[in-house]
Design a protein around this ligand. Structure first.
Ligand code: NAD
Length: 366
């Protein structure tokens, strides 16, 4: 009988999947390389427990594919990759750090095929540890270790720019003052996004599954969380998923009472049919990899292309503004869901090949 892992590996259109079992911790390391068409594969390292190896492989494959499109859309000379560290529950700190070092050694062994940065479950401090053995292929280290630190605030800048374009489309003007926005997840992206929205005068609400995150948002911004499930039912202009993927699905979409979805979470649509479901409900969807490219842009731009913090923010906002407006216009013109329009734009850039990835040579697209 064919196992699910075999099925996932067999039907994938990506380039390769590297799987290593870490004997000492019983963790699985999965590195999915979706495409190196525009450059070496790059993508964050996700670390969390998974039900099975197959779940970890599937997540890595889907996330790596998203990175291919994200870099194509952001016009950056990188291909799509992603690593998943499927760890057992309750890994002790020392075991965790040693696992990260062994993972770094594997990255070094790959010799530049794959470059990484932080993702859910890993931080800039973790990148410092991975870089001990994995340099020079590790981005997003702490500023003390020569990195540009947490990429969440840069991602939030792009999401905010996406919200402006969306408001222009829906309401004829991009100002967020007075617009109601519900944010799911107040973590590395959600919290700075909430701060930016408050500065803009938006009417915000948020939920987070972790009490510490709710307490931090209350302490820093004076906001009180709503219940996690309430985000789907609350009437608002924009719903911003900034937690985990798969949250737009046949169960949640009928409940949504928003005009648009614009958020940072990767792989928000549980299945392809969900883009159509959203459109049928008249909800404008800003494709996730289009609006959440800010983190990747900031890490690569600041650490390899010499951008300052301000320059990175300006380029991120300009890129998201231009690309999302193009995608919305194409979706209208072709009468297709925005998700499909984004794929058309990204595929065209991939088709043109590395020459179109111009950010490293002056950033014509930004
Ligand atoms: P994070 O881990 O810092 O924050 C996520 C937050 O979501 C956590 O506080 C967590 O408690 C909360 N959460 C989890 N499940 C929830 C639920 N069901 N309801 C409400 N809250 C829930 O992660 P992050 O770095 O802020 O990233 C958020 C999302 O954006 C992820 O999908 C990530 O892949 C994506 N993303 C992040 C970046 C970045 O620069 N950090 C870039 C691109 C995409």
């Amino acid at each position: 009988m064919t196992s699910r892992v075999e099925t996932l590996l067999g039907r994938w259109d990506g380039e390769e999947v590297i799987v290593r079992h870490d004997q000492l911790t019983n963790a699985w390391i999965v590195i999915a390389i979706h495409s190196t068409r525009l450059g070496p594969a790059a993508g964050g390292t996700r670390m969390k427990p998974y039900e099975s190896l197959a779940d970890a492989v599937e997540d890595a494959q889907r996330l790596a594919e998203g990175m291919t499109y994200k870099f194509a859309i952001a016009d950056l000379p990188r291909g799509g990759g992603k690593a998943v560290l499927a760890v057992p529950q309750g890994l002790r700190e020392r075991e965790r750090a040693d696992l990260l070092r062994r993972y770094g050694a594997l990255i070094a062994q790959l010799g530049g095929l794959y470059q990484t940065g932080p993702d859910v479950g890993t931080s800039a401090v973790d990148m410092d540890v991975i870089a001990e053995t994995g340099a020079p292929y590790v981005f997003g280290r702490t500023p003390d270790h020569g990195g540009s630190g947490d990429s969440g605030p840069a991602t939030a800048v792009g999401v905010l720019a996406g919200m402006r374009v969306t408001c222009e489309r829906l309401f004829g003007q991009g100002a967020l003052a007075g617009r109601s926005v519900v944010v799911q997840g107040a973590g590395s992206v959600g919290l700075p996004l909430l701060r930016l929205l408050l500065e803009e005068g938006a009417d915000v609400a948020f939920a987070d599954a972790a009490p510490e995150a709710c307490e931090r948002a209350h302490a820093e911004l004076g906001l009180r969380a709503i219940a996690p499930e309430e985000v789907y039912d609350r009437a608002c202009d924009i719903f911003a998923p900034c937690a985990l993927g798969g949250i737009l699905n046949e169960r949640t979409i009928p409940r949504l009472r928003c005009r648009a979805v614009v958020g940072s979470a990767n792989n928000q649509l549980a299945s392809e049919g969900d883009a159509v479901r959203l459109r049928d409900r008249g909800i404008l969807y800003a494709p996730d990899y289009v609006v959440n490219c800010g983190g990747a842009m900031a890490l690569l731009g600041r650490e390899t292309l010499g951008w300052s913090h301000e320059e990175a923010d300006a380029r991120i906002a300009a890129t998201v503004r231009a690309t999302l407006a193009q995608i919305y216009a194409l979706a209208d013109a072709e009468d297709v869901p925005t998700d499909e329009a984004a794929r058309i734009v990204a595929d065209a850039r991939l088709e043109r090949g590395p020459a179109s990835a111009s950010a490293g040579r002056g950033g014509a697209a930004m």
